[in-house]
Design a protein around this ligand. Structure first.
Ligand code: SF4
Ligand code: MG
Length: 323
């Protein structure tokens, strides 16, 4: 399948004033992220809260453009496009947020919320906008009578359906979903995930699906990218990541995840301690303080992503075959 969205060495570095003397420090919220996403496929981005996932989402939609790196969408370098071309292209990249309370204006009815992107971006008439809104509502499981209701009249799951419908109004090629089901009950999560998978097939969508929870992406992902403190630590095919996780952080994330079919062959690793502050990142491998395989080299030298089979992993222990 053809490549739709490609990132090369994306970085988001910004200075902050911190500490007792308010000295300037450089935060590396994204530090060299690369991926390649094909049409109709799903890339899942996972890691603990604070690992850079949401920064990545905002960089990819150019809400907060990256500070360096390359971003190609459908063959075009979107970071070097002029304002008009970039605006046109951005319609094809939509984002759905975790909190539909926050992202849906409570003073607007569902119909208005859905038609707004068409009003802003197209020449469609009022009747055409309404027709399109009702058609998309049907696709996400909302009924015509919902058209005139306000977001607060809906359950969390239905509200997320509204947010997804709004994301589909401009016929995007790709939807970036930042923790789209994390605020929902587990039973409702499954419904929304199934809906997203149906919509993907129907509209040929690509997804970048961001989650702190690996179990959520097990069925929807084609590729999984595990991030830690702004860097990719493991990136490969879904089946590989779930059946043979290799990076100690991936193994720890999987060990803490309740799964339907736990794989007995995977030795569990308990995830101890907290994610370090990006203001004061550890030297060498950023995971070393929490890693049972860490040695002196891990404290000094940052491991690079290297191919192991069809997966890329950044870990000295794997490279040295001592785990
Ligand atoms: Fe652990 Fe070292 Fe591998 Fe980092 S590089 S994950 S500290 S073994
Ligand atoms: Mg986040």
């Amino acid at each position: 399948s053809s490549v739709l969205f490609e990132a090369h060495e994306l970085k988001k570095h910004y200075p902050v004033k911190a500490g007792l003397f308010k000295e300037e420090q450089l935060v590396k919220a994204l530090d060299g992220v690369s991926f390649s996403l094909s049409r109709g496929q799903t890339l899942a981005v996972v890691g603990e809260s604070g690992c850079g996932k949401s920064t990545l989402a905002r960089s990819l939609t150019l809400i907060e453009p990256p500070t360096s790196g390359e971003l190609r969408f459908d063959g075009q370098d979107i970071l070097s496009l002029g304002a008009h071309a970039a605006k046109e292209l951005r319609k094809r990249i939509q984002i759905v947020f975790q909190n539909p309370y926050g992202s849906l204006n409570p003073r607007k009815k569902v119909g208005q919320l859905l038609e707004e992107p068409l009003y802003i971006n197209t020449d469609l008439t009022k009747a055409q906008r309404r027709e399109k809104a009702l058609a998309i509502m049907a696709k996400v499981g909302l009924r015509p009578e919902h058209y005139g209701r306000y977001p607060h009249m809906f359950s969390g799951g239905q509200r997320q359906r509204i947010a997804i419908a709004r994301g589909l109004m401009l016929d995007p090629d790709i939807v970036i979903a930042d923790e789209p089901v994390s605020a929902l009950d587990v039973s409702v999560q499954a419904q929304v995930l199934n809906l997203m998978m149906d919509l993907q097939v129907e509209f040929g969508l690509s997804y970048i699906f961001i989650s702190h929870d690996l179990s959520v992406v097990e069925h929807i992902a084609d590729q999984v990218m595990v991030m830690y403190l702004g860097k990719v630590v493991e990136y490969g095919p879904r089946a590989q990541i779930f059946s043979h996780p290799r990076h100690p952080y991936t193994i720890a994330l999987l060990s803490s995840t309740p799964r339907l079919n736990p794989d007995k062959r995977i030795d569990k690793i308990k995830l101890e301690g907290e994610l370090p502050s990006p203001l004061n990142p550890p030297s060498g491998c950023a995971f070393h303080a929490r890693c049972q395989y860490a040695n002196a080299r891990c404290h000094e030298q940052t491991p690079e992503l290297k191919w192991h089979g069809d997966t890329q992993i950044a870990c000295h222990a794997l490279e040295e075959q001592r785990m």
